[in-house]
Design a protein around this ligand. Sequence first.
Ligand SMILES: [Zn+2]
Length: 264
Amino acid sequence: MFRLILMVAVLVGSLWGAAAPKKIPVLCYHRFGVEVSDSMTIKNTAFAEQMEWLKTHGYSVIPLDMAMGYLSGKVKTIPAKSVVITVDDGHKSVYSDMAPIVKKYKIPVTLFIYPSAISNAKYAMNWEQLRELETTKLFRVESHTYWHPNFKKEKKTLTSEEYAKSVDKQLNGSKKKLEEKTGHEIKYLAWVFGIYDDALLVDAKKAGYAAAFTIDRKHASSGDNTMALGRYMVVSKHTIKDFERMVDGSEDRMPKDKKEVVKY
Ligand SMILES: [Zn+2]
């Protein structure tokens, strides 16, 4: 009898394991500042408060690569309360405002960069600053396409040949350029404006990305398409209570019609 119960327990356990996808919250930031200048700029004090909250509530910020290894089954265990932090666009304030807080809390951060802006656009960091951040081993550069295009618009306005060429440049070209500049493999991609479609997901896989990220507000899950994993965009209107709901999964569990909308 005992053996039968044990067998049933093992069977149910393995079925449960197979049925329940592994999930990790991935946060997406943009800009930082002493004051809030627009909705996508987070006050430095608010960001520090969020990092302090994670620390005091037993969360571990883990590298994106470790999180993806866990979802794919390559990494067997990660801390029970794990969070991933990513920042899109390579804004100057990552270097001036965010980095001191990142160094204080010693947290790993992924920077999704589009190379056309670096050492070029007024608002962006330069290659030396990116290199300096990577030297700390806390920051890691990944791809955010080549020049931040709106694929939805491009698909409508360009000929199919022009569009295919652009997609190639944005996915393959960016990967190649960033690999040249950083000297390491570029494995991950963040979709620009969160825009993607079925064809783009196939293209990203073909370009050699191991995973790609949207701004669909949900945990990155082993049950989802690896080329369209969710992220929570954190913007200035979010309170610490909102932040808590992102990382503890309660926002993810909300019914669709009640879900929060964050405009880009
Ligand atoms: Zn962006």
